[in-house]
Design a binder for this molecule. Sequence first.
Ligand code: FES
Ligand code: MG
Length: 593
Amino acid sequence: MDGKASKSDAPLRDRPLRSRAWFDNPDNIDMTALYLERYLNFGLSQEELQSGRPIIGIAQTGSDLSPCNRHHLELAKRTRDGIREAGGIAIEFPVHPIQETGKRPTAGLDRNLAYLGLVEVLYGYPLDGVVLTIGCDKTTPALLMAAATVNIPAIALSVGPMLNGWYKGERTGSGTIVWKARELLAAGEIDHAGFVKLVASSAPSTGYCNTMGTATTMNSLAEALGMQLPGSAAIPAPYRDRQEIAYRTGLRIVEMVHEDLKPSDILTRDAFLNAIRVNSAIGGSTNAPIHLNALARHVGVELSIDDWQTYGEHVPLLVNLQPAGEYLGEDYYHAGGVPAVVNQLMGQGLIAEDALTANGRTLGANCGGARIEDEAVIRPYDQPLKANAGFRVLRGNLFSSAIMKMSVISAEFRVRYLSNPDDPDAFEGRAIVFDGPEDYHARIDDPALAIDDMCILFMRGAGPVGYPGAAEVVNMRAPDYLIKAGVHALPCIGDGRQSGTSGSPSILNASPEAAVGGGLALLRTGDRVRIDLKRNSANMLVPEEELARRRAELEAAGGYAYPASQTPWQEIQRGLVGQLETGAVLEGAVRYQ
Ligand code: FES
Ligand code: MG
């Protein structure tokens, strides 16, 4: 079959299944009996368990605590139908819940925890393959990372975005509307009740955020990587097509087990470079490099932060979704979703078309005929919304790497900061330094800081160690008095992350973070800072001797101070986690693949 790239011609159904070691092991009758009796007790029969049928896990991320993914509880019924239809046996089990907006101190803390838990389940139980139920921001990378580590056949099933939000005839997108509602509230145009009503309008149904935030980004990239059935990422959660794709995913995972098609066959360097380019074209979240770099490390593929600039920076923005554009998830689906975007990139030779995907065909074969159905929502490559939609990597004495989305630099910003004819690609400003989000909230409107329109706001103490898990707090608003004077955004720099649903000009994911002694720890309010977009540099203009003096002082004080851990996992993760540049993985964990 054209595009069929099955890895081996060996007879498919002859391989011994992993689950036989539990349920049908002639060398260990005692243990087999023990395993059998306990799995029999909820109704499976000995014949089923010893039939040689693949046992397929459904890693369930839906629960009442994770409403974005809750619809997976329904979808799993159709997934089971597909598994059974194809000759498999489904065993569903819960994954540690991660709800992006509800988890304190930050959901970022739980990605590695859910990862660890799922690795133990996939390794330690009689599963031949697994359906990964993905959706809300960190659920997608957590599940893919675990499947990569254990490397048994795995396919992802997205829960799908919510339906479009509407308010007075206009689309309201999750997350994005909060920024706008805050401005309306500050300007006195709505009251608190109106604020809640406006924000709630953006979430009209089950599903994940309907904007191009981290959820839509990571679900799109899971498809671009080849880990989902083609065309499945963008289907809205309540649509009937979503039920159908759940069924087809169940059918397909059983075949994948017979074919022994594993994550390591799909998640190649080519697959990651494809995903980097798709990320630019969709206007993907700045969280994507963190999660994809983490996934690459768990599957053993070389991928660096510089690859994001090399392969992604010059790809234009094609998808017109909020926050960068106008539309929402339903529109994205009707316009053609991920296959239409991939097809546009294929036309430019920007996709490694041979990359194998979960359906056993190549990405090129899957997307070769995918047309754009609505050019207002997905633009043809030669009529993009913006040029150069990827990330630039900056370096200097403030950090060894941080990323910036060049396409969010507004005209207002360009006039204010980048208009010196002798130095058109650089700007200097006075640093205003905040230590963590609490400090920022307490002081941003303090007149004593005398913040003006040439200041640069810094957020430190917000990285994987400082604010365990790394908080989405780098994007900061200007003080009220500047907003009233018409200055909407100041440049922000920090060692934390930024919500995928916000669009401010920030330099973020700075590594190493202040908490582990990165350059940011030496910065002081009032220092001059120079950002040079021609040289890709970001430096504090402070003499070397002064920096050495500050470093000695910092070390004498016992290092950069950050709040104590509140839970055992915070403490454990702080001791093991790496920096955002390299995926913020548990460093010891990447030895196991
Ligand atoms: Fe869960 Fe946005 S908060 S997807
Ligand atoms: Mg987020």
